[in-house]
Design a protein around this ligand. Structure first.
Ligand code: SAM
Length: 253
């Protein structure tokens, strides 16, 4: 059976990526044949393992990964949508993850040292992708993050499909709070509504709490979504509750 998605990773240390393939949703989609992951060890594409990097022209500290081994590895992947994992790239998020999955064959280049020769970026890279505004030692760790995010969105990755759909950012809101047994922990009780068995009311409570968290923790997310009249009503309730809660503290200030 032909896999529906192929993710290739070109890296100096593919061993860093290998272990994550053996657990959870990723293991499930690979075993189901939905996803094929191939790891390409850059050292094997150099004239000798010591020749994957060289000094930067113009001088300065650090080494640069040479273009030829990357080109040879790219040829071996048979070319897909080529992504260079780079702190200078487009910032990764849940929405972008869904868009990337529209391409069935993704090829990730993981840099190391000062990075890769710019001519590879200019000629062969379709997109640069960053996992955040900080510098990792190598693209392998970024690859693991992206791989995990993409893998769990594939069909059959999750035991329960609806679980991923309610996660933070999927509805452009943060996820609702969760509780499990025991019903009481250190004097703190589980919200009564969750024990009521009234699923309609539980759903309404969850939506309201998701809106509350988003408003309090990530109000920027609310700027980009169209709220239904019900959501607007819930938000008004939340704002009143928050203001009422704040008032006693302000007394006497
Ligand atoms: N000199 C590069 C710069 O400042 O843009 C950073 C090089 S970094 C030490 C080595 C490699 O780690 C990069 O080539 C890239 O593949 C990867 N990397 C580091 N930070 C990353 C990030 N935030 N997102 C994605 N990849 C990253």
């Amino acid at each position: 059976m032909k896999p529906e998605w192929v993710f290739d990773f070109i890296a100096v240390f593919p061993e860093l990526i290998q272990p994550v393939l053996q657990f959870g949703p990723l293991k499930r989609v690979i075993e189901a044949g939905t996803l094929k992951v191939r790891l390409f060890d850059l050292k094997k594409f150099a004239d000798s393992p010591k020749e994957i990097d060289d000094y930067p022209f113009g001088g300065g500290p650090g080494m640069v990964i040479k273009p030829e081994p990357i080109k040879r590895a790219l040829e071996k992947t048979a070319w897909g949508y080529v992504i260079y994992l780079s702190p200078q790239g487009e910032k990764f998020n849940q929405e972008l993850a869904h868009r990337l999955l529209e391409k069935r064959h993704l090829v990730f280049i993981c840099g190391r040292y000062k990075g890769i020769d710019e001519r590879i970026v200019g000629r062969y890279v379709d997109m640069e992708l960053s996992i955040g505004d900080y510098i990792l030692s190598g693209g392998e760790i970024a690859a693991v993050v992206v791989l995990d995010v993409l893998g769990r969105l594939l069909p059959d990755a999750m035991g329960n499909v609806d679980s991923a759909k309610s996660d933070s950012f999927e509805n452009r809101l943060l996820d609702t709070p969760y509780y499990t047994r025991p019903r009481e922990f250190e004097g703190m009780k589980v919200p009564e509504i969750l024990l009521s068995g009234n699923h309609q009311e539980i759903e309404k409570w969850r939506r309201k709490e998701a809106l509350r968290r988003t408003l309090l923790k990530r109000p920027d997310l609310l700027e980009n979504i169209e709220l239904s009249p019900d959501d607007r009503r819930l938000l008004e309730e939340i704002i009143k509750e928050v203001l009422a809660h704040e008032r006693p503290h302000n007394k006497g200030n």
